[in-house]
Design a protein around this ligand. Sequence first.
Ligand code: BES
Ligand code: MN
Ligand code: MN
Length: 457
Amino acid sequence: MQAWKDYQTEHKDRFLNELLDLLRIPSVSADSKYKGDVAHCADVVKEHLLNAGCDKAEICPTAGHPIVYGEKIVDPALPTVLVYGHYDVQPADPLELWDSGPFEPVVKEGKIFARGACDDKGQMFMHIKALEVMSKTNSLPCNVKVMIEGEEEVGSDNLGKFLEDNTEKLKADVVLVSDTSMIGMDTPSIESGLRGLSYMEVEVTGPNRDLHSGVYGGAVANPATILCQMIASLHDENNHITIPGFYDKVLELNAAERAALNNAPFDLEEYKRELGVKDVWGEDSYTTLERTGTRPTLDVNGIWGGYMGEGAKTVLPSKANAKISMRLVPNQVSQEISDMFKAHFESIAPDCVSVKITAHHGGEPVVTPTDSPAYIAAAKAIKTTFGKDPIPTRGGGSIPIVALFERTLGLKTVLLGFGLDNDNIHSPNEKFEVFNYNKGIETIPYFHKYFAESFGK
Ligand code: BES
Ligand code: MN
Ligand code: MN
């Protein structure tokens, strides 16, 4: 469509500058210090939706951060795409590892550096700009509803209820999400699955107070040592997870599915080099692509206890803690895995300590079909703008709300992501390639066009 291309070319600089402005708002959902910034960001997103041509846009307050909703209904007889994204971002720390301020976006060598550049402001904003392109050129091929939340990075606690309360408003034919990655700019791909999540926090308590490590050391259990032993025992010598029942519901891929997955271009040497590791690690008899895409995992996300200040303090700590996440695959169930973890962790605690275990947010794994009209429309859109067929892949990350789109709204999701695995999401120096940003804006209208056409419209 020449009109789309012309409009995008004419407004390219503004499209970039508007994203940079959005990235200046520190909408960190996890930290209450930024509550006002999160609310301000929601207002700005709402204004953008109106400017992009939405008939209406509104702020929907929740018990937590607000949801922004907008829609443009061109004809009720046409199919409807529900676009989902998030305007909240992860905390920026450790700040000292950033080359420039996390909320002072800079464009360097064709890359936009800022917290949220890729996850998910940059990717979410592509949809608002694509909507602008389609509506300002009077060529929107279907109805569009847009729902942008502010709590994805903290578990989407209030979005599930919003879906339940608004099934009529959110009625659509498919959900379209850009919050995942592709293999590379020359190797477009579409993720066809997301892992689920169970997230636990454990506290191991030894003596009732911190003790002098000389006076008591060797005679009283050190909870930090015990915690390390307990955590180490959660993997066996083959790096299998040792929690009884953990793998019971894991769907094993058949030989053909494994072969297809491993057929995706992947350079192990480059992977290691780029990460600065001499070797990879993981569950025996699975490849790296299988380990991240199709296998469940258990990781320590944080571990602390005892003296962590400057210099040396001789102390036998009273407590040690860890945050442990488990990524889940079909057909594991988050609540069941959390219960199994708790029972097992309690059972392996020696009498010299006590343990307290709490569960944080979780989410269910999903696999999205690769033969649906929506997936085919996405693949055709990629083929149109990249000149290559996309490869279906399985992503390792989690977007818990996607399982609820299916359960609550009966809707399948297409994960049309334009990030790259090395975009440093959740890390210092997060970036998004300007090329990918523009390609996303260019590709999304074709998804709408091909999806509408699949209905014979
Ligand atoms: N966009 C990510 C998820 C993602 C990243 C999926 C890359 C596929 C590829 C999302 O914002 C995210 O970070 N999700 C969290 C879970 C959430 C409950 C905090 C995650 O995966 O850790
Ligand atoms: Mn995200
Ligand atoms: Mn994220």
